[in-house]
Design a protein around this ligand. Structure first.
Ligand SMILES: [Ca+2]
Ligand SMILES: [Ca+2]
Length: 606
């Protein structure tokens, strides 16, 4: 009874919830080695023109004209926020005020509120009208609404676009042919993991047999359970099962679905949708440990027990890696950290999600389990199929100099849906990024023939070197597998050119940069990270080619695309450019700050 006091309730992040992890270099063999592609321009800081506003009053004046922002820029979708097909339908239905039309609602990816918060806030509109909460991904959902209700939505600033459900939409209403096709394979493709599997002949199937055994790479998933009936996870893939919630259960199950999704990202075969939904290490085996109840509560005691159980059963099931996409805010739990260290001493790598509660003014909120020095913790980025590479604003960051270990794709990841046999569902979060790395570790283990020297290759993002936001940087999957295999051949075009800048800026200044966009096929992702932890406010502006940021001596913020206000400590703009050429990017400072700016896409320095 007294022990109940020590049972801390931990809410599991599901749906669009993100888990964020701390970045560390483990003394027990986790090494992070920066590695840059030769074709990525080793940048000197890009050419910077600094245009300082003369006075505060100037800044205030120009700030007043921010309202127009995207209107001029994106004539395709933003002016009405309603895509053409829906506009036609609305016009034809205008006489029938009570008729409901099902619409797809896409929020701006950089909206300050989450999808769930938005729906709750606008409950008068949505009450009983949501038809599919999952929509096309983390920022989308479906609802059946009247023309009047749709009209109300159009004017809300969080809305990126409204369309009929059969339109494929993306942020800013631009069609994205990838989102409905690529799913889990998209993330493994973009990181180079998919090509790495092929080039170096690894899947996690270390025993070389079609069956699963403890001699394969084995990942223990501490979560809500695993649905062994899903076709992507069946066939003996789940070698072991331990249930700390319903202690009499002997067969793997998942009454919430989070763990199934996570497990299939790490090791799903993709059998339900071959060639589309393959997990990172489809030949790896799994062990399921259920610590979370069906109401999303995961007790710390269950988690500690699970760590003990994994270590005690390491040899029985050949457990190599632990994935724990579970988290809570709070201070470091020394008992948990000790068990992670003990696992490491037993050759088990523990991968933990960094957490998903960032954004707003929340600067330092690493998942408490991600704070252990021997944990490998994972932040969440969007890959180019999802408008990236950019940091998902909800991905938790650390404080001071301590953040996650590295970042991996976890945004709009489509993977196995529990209790559906062969269906899939899209979630976003560090919960999804963590099993990307756990699965990659399973591949590395095979490529290195069992070496426990996990040497992850990364691309530096954000502030130079290790930082509290990206940790060591974004995962380079192909290079990582290549290094583990010891091969000197094979390469990967990772679809990204990356340019990075960082500097200090004084209040009431704007720094202008020029970046050349070379293709309209790829998203142009801009991520501004404010390094300070004091609430400094910066805004990000982009002027398209041919538009002069300064006209008649006036800074024309009204002609720029602008990130949404109040999105501390990060500003993000990603869009598919409608024109190639030189874009001007402005960082406007209301307060003095240190910031890092990352650009990704088919871009170069002019
Ligand atoms: Ca096997
Ligand atoms: Ca960095």
């Amino acid at each position: 009874m007294n022990s109940k006091k020590f049972v801390k309730r931990i809410s599991l992040c599901v749906l669009s919830c993100l888990l964020v992890l701390p970045a560390t270099v483990s003394a027990n063999g986790v090494q992070i080695t920066p590695d840059h592609f030769p074709f990525i321009k080793s940048l000197p800081t890009p050419e910077v023109q600094v245009n300082l506003m003369d006075s505060e009053s100037d800044l205030t004046e120009t700030s007043l004209s921010i309202n127009l922002n995207r209107m001029e820029y994106n004539t395709l979708a933003v002016p009405s926020k309603i895509l053409d097909k829906l506009k036609d339908r609305l016009q034809s239905k205008a006489l029938y005020a009570q008729e409901k039309i099902e619409v797809s609602i896409m929020l701006k990816y950089d909206a300050v509120v989450t999808k769930e918060e938005f729906i709750e806030r606008e409950w008068e509109i949505f009450n009983g009208n949501i038809t599919d909460l999952n929509g096309f991904g983390g920022y989308s959902f479906f609802a059946a609404l009247t023309a009047d209700e749709i009209e109300q939505l159009v004017h809300l600033e969080e809305i990126a676009s409204l369309s009929t459900p059969d339109d494929v939409v993306s942020v800013y209403g631009e069609p994205d042919e990838h989102q409905s096709e690529v799913y889990l394979n998209g993330a493994t493709e973009m990181t180079g993991i998919k090509k790495g599997r092929s080039d170096y002949g690894v899947t996690g199937n270390r025993d070389g047999k079609a069956s699963y055994s403890k001699n394969d790479s084995v990942i223990a998933v501490i979560d809500t359970g695993i649905d062994g009936g899903h076709i992507d996870l069946s066939g003996g893939k789940i070698l072991g099962w331990k249930d700390f919630v319903n202690t009499s259960s002997t067969t793997a199950y998942d009454d919430l679905g989070h763990g199934t999704h996570v497990a299939s990202i790490a090791a799903g075969t993709g059998a339900g949708d071959p060639g589309v939904e393959t997990g990172v290490a489809p030949g790896a085996a799994l062990v399921g440990i259920k610590v979370c109840s069906s109401n999303t509560n995961c007790s710390t005691q269950n988690i500690l027990n699970a760590m003990d159980w994994v270590i005690a059963n390491k040899d029985t099931y050949g457990i190599d890696i632990i994935n724990m996409s579970i988290g809570s805010s709070g201070s470091t739990n020394a008992s948990f950290c000790n068990k992670v260290s003990s696992a490491a001493n037993n050759g088990i790598l523990t991968v933990v999600a960094a957490g998903n509660t960032s954004g707003g003014s929340d600067y330092g909120s690493l998942n408490l389990f991600a704070k252990c020095s021997d944990v490998l913790s994972v932040a969440n980025v969007a890959d180019p199929y999802e408008g990236g590479w950019y940091l998902n604003p909800s991905s938790n960051r650390g404080t001071g100099s301590v953040g996650p270990t590295l970042a991996a794709p976890g945004t709009s990841i489509r993977a196995a849906k529990a209790n559906s046999t062969s269906e899939y569902i899209t979630y976003s979060g560090t919960s999804m990024a963590s099993p990307m790395i756990a699965g990659l570790a399973a591949l590395m283990l095979q490529a290195s023939n069992g070496s426990l020297n996990y040497d992850f290759k990364i691309e530096d993002y954000g502030m130079s070197g290790y930082d509290k936001v990206y940790g060591n940087g974004l995962i380079l999957g192909h290079q990582t597998i290549k290094a583990a295999s010891g091969s000197s051949t094979g390469s990967f075009d990772n679809y990204r050119n990356h340019i990075r800048a960082q500097t200090n800026i004084a209040a009431s200044n704007i720094n202008l940069y020029n970046i050349k966009v070379n293709s309209t096929d790829a998203y142009f992702a801009n991520t501004l990270i404010i390094n300070n932890e004091n609430g400094a406010d910066l805004d990000l502006f982009i002027w398209k080619p041919g538009v002069e940021p300064i006209q008649n001596g006036q800074l024309r913020l009204d002609l720029a695309i602008q990130s949404s206000a109040g999105d501390l400590p990060q500003e993000t703009i990603s869009f598919k450019p409608t024109a190639t050429g030189n874009y001007t990017i402005g960082v406007l400072a209301y307060d003095s700050a240190t910031y890092a700016l990352d650009w990704a896409g088919q871009i170069s320095i002019p």
